[in-house]
Design a protein around this ligand. Structure first.
Ligand code: SAM
Length: 210
């Protein structure tokens, strides 16, 4: 379970995500979307996606809090959730049960770089497919001058943008305040999520083909 202060925050300003019912893992308190950030994240995602996307792929779903938030925002979008860790997958499956979310693992299959044909074939021709990536930042990211984002041994930006010419129209990636500089031949929109104190919590970047 989430600690009481998280559950209380969700009681104070209800997100509709039912934090008190969610299964967690030890890393969830550092990894998952928290109630205090939900209103800002919703404002950002609504400004970027006026209509329900044709498909949302949550590539790093963990226990599914962001996944549930995508479902809340876009009730008609098909949603696929990927998570590599087996125990975390079980919590994810339980948390998203009954929400029409497709947990894409039996054996913790996951998205790969380069994209595999079966995934590509499933997402092409859907127009407006969003790939959401919330990569692990590492336990000591805040102590580093700049943080390289990695997934599956690849640069997470390269990993995610490799899907842009494979049917994905928008990548949304969650980045720490000190993310290592990255540039590519894409259109990048950046938004900031703040702590209640006014400090930067993290960024959300939307990356699209030019
Ligand atoms: C920061 S957490 C995501 C938190 C999530 N957005 C939430 O709100 O609950 C990152 C997750 O990505 C998972 N992960 C790492 N590499 C992955 C991969 N290649 N494919 C899928 N999941 C991966 C980790 O096991 C971890 O649970």
């Amino acid at each position: 379970m989430f600690p009481e202060w998280v559950i209380q925050a969700d009681r104070d300003v209800p997100t509709g995500l039912q934090f008190h019912t969610l299964r967690t893992m030890p890393a969830s308190i550092f990894s998952a979307l928290l109630p205090i950030h939900v209103p800002q994240v919703r404002t950002i995602l609504r400004s970027w996606f006026a209509r329900d996307p044709a498909l949302v792929i949550d590539a790093t779903a963990h226990v599914g809090v962001d996944t549930l938030n995508w479902r809340y925002l876009f009730p008609t979008s098909p949603i696929w959730a990927y998570e590599t860790d087996e125990a975390t997958c079980q919590a994810l499956s339980s948390n998203v049960s009954g929400k029409d979310i497709d947990v894409r693992h039996d054996t913790c299959l996951h998205l790969t770089l380069p994209p595999t044909e079966d995934v590509v074939t499933s997402i092409v021709h859907r127009a407006r497919t969003v790939l959401y990536v919330d990569p692990p930042w590492g336990p000591s990211y805040a102590q580093q001058a700049s943080v390289p984002l990695r997934l599956d041994g690849h640069d997470a930006f390269d990993w995610a943008t490799s899907y842009l010419d494979k049917g994905v129209t928008d990548v949304v990636i969650k980045v720490p305040f000190n993310v290592q500089a990255w540039e590519g031949p894409y259109t990048v929109s950046k938004a900031t999520v703040y702590q209640p104190s006014g400090r930067v919590a993290y960024g959300l970047w939307r990356i699209q083909s030019v």
